[in-house]
Design a binder for this molecule. Sequence first.
Ligand code: ADP
Ligand code: ZN
Length: 518
Amino acid sequence: MSDPRAQNPRDVLHSLFGFPDFRGVQRQVVDRVIAGERTLAVMPTGAGKSLTYQLPATMMDGTCIVVSPLIALMHDQLRAAEAVGIRAATLTSVDENRAETIDRFRAGELDLLYVAPERASNEAFRNLLRAAPLALFAIDEAHCVSEWGHDFRPDYRLLRPLMDAFPDVPRLALTATADAHTRDDILNQLGIPRDGMIVAGFDRPNIRYRIAPRDNTTRQVADFIAGQTGPGIVYAQTRRAVEKLAEKLSGNGRPVLPYHAGLDPDVRRRNQAAFVESEDMVIVATVAFGMGIDKPDVRFVAHAGLPKSIEAYYQETGRAGRDGDPAVAQLFWGADDFARARQRIGEVEADRQPGERARLTALGALVETAGCRRAILLRHFGETPPERCGNCDNCLEAPKSVDASVTAQKYLSAVFRTGQTFGAGYVESVLTGQSSERSLMNGHEALSVWGIVEGDEAAMLKPVGRALLLRDALRTNPHGGLEFGPGARPILKGESGLDLVLPPKRERRRKGGGAVAN
Ligand code: ADP
Ligand code: ZN
């Protein structure tokens, strides 16, 4: 194509994309790319990452090779690129026009060529890349290269040798989701110098973060939705949970549709299209939903269960309020989410466990904090935010923090004395002395812990149980029974205490009978 110096990025931004200005760090990234410098751009979802390679690709000689992990995402991006008149193609196993694409590439008729990472190890592909000038390697979702990242893709490790075979071609790695550790890893793995990293501001000030423990998912989500206006997304963890929740939420005056990978592709497309069009629809979905859809006016995102990581939480909640108007992100979490996550960690390869464990601990800190949620999020992304944001649940209404160490000791003693085999409900009934056939048969009414929790303290048992599970002081066995984890002894011995954050009244409004937090 033409000499980059003959064109000005700003003019291309106006003429090709029709945008009046660059946003945030876009210009910085574009300038580095055009200057041929290796770059890692860490930009939150919606910040406009695609433009940072699309625009240079149209200005520079040769084709920009875009590596992207998901074929569906590639096709979305292809459509978007073609819509503004960029010459682009995808080269994937599902494309039937591969021969034509290869011809176009060889003839230098492509600004962008989207490929999957596994192509990198393909000798024929490498030879193909030698057949025409290359402008740039753009590596989308670059955190996939890191085992520390939440989405490791071994194929991404093949990219470095490929790019090293073309040392003069600039590289641009892009990600929305990388903690400090993962960023370092991306730089190392993709051969980008430390001073080549550009990080955009992560704050989404218009999103109000709210996090609450869960007791009755359907009721809590329904209550939450009833208080919201405009379109929203409810994330559930499994296809089954999506189906169930979608069904239960319907009939409350708003259109509700499900979305998950198990649905017929036509239904899925229809539901997605209906949501994009709608001004009041609730879509209940697995987390795959939202990737690559462009709906700026999503007013809320609710999580019916714990996300996979802070990065995932940030990305998923970030689908709300892209238009800058107020939006709400509501998360409902349960102690069983943590128990399941820990179990999963036990099943991954040993060298990935520390990263996974660190991610879970970070999530635990986010849901348990009595402090500002936004501050925790932004610190996680390497920023230095103010102590309080004024737009999260804890800033708006300070939760009470109480010392629950003694109750925690009673709880742990009861688990121990009943033999570390019973579930939370039973342990609580022992502590509060609720006689049943089971407690009689087990002889548990004679235990020293029988009925030692009374009055207001009884209301703390559920949150204490949750906190103990979250801290790995208690674990759940496959049958739902509670047993000691490594955090139990220090609490029992009084070496570490347990401060409990009690959600303020808004979380209790439907419960009578003195239940403090459910
Ligand atoms: P990301 O990949 O970072 O999540 P996208 O590249 O999909 O974000 O861009 C998000 C949206 O922002 C798209 O609709 C895109 O057209 C729009 N956009 C990108 N850059 C600009 C800009 N400079 N001005 C206005 N809109 C922009
Ligand atoms: Zn806050």
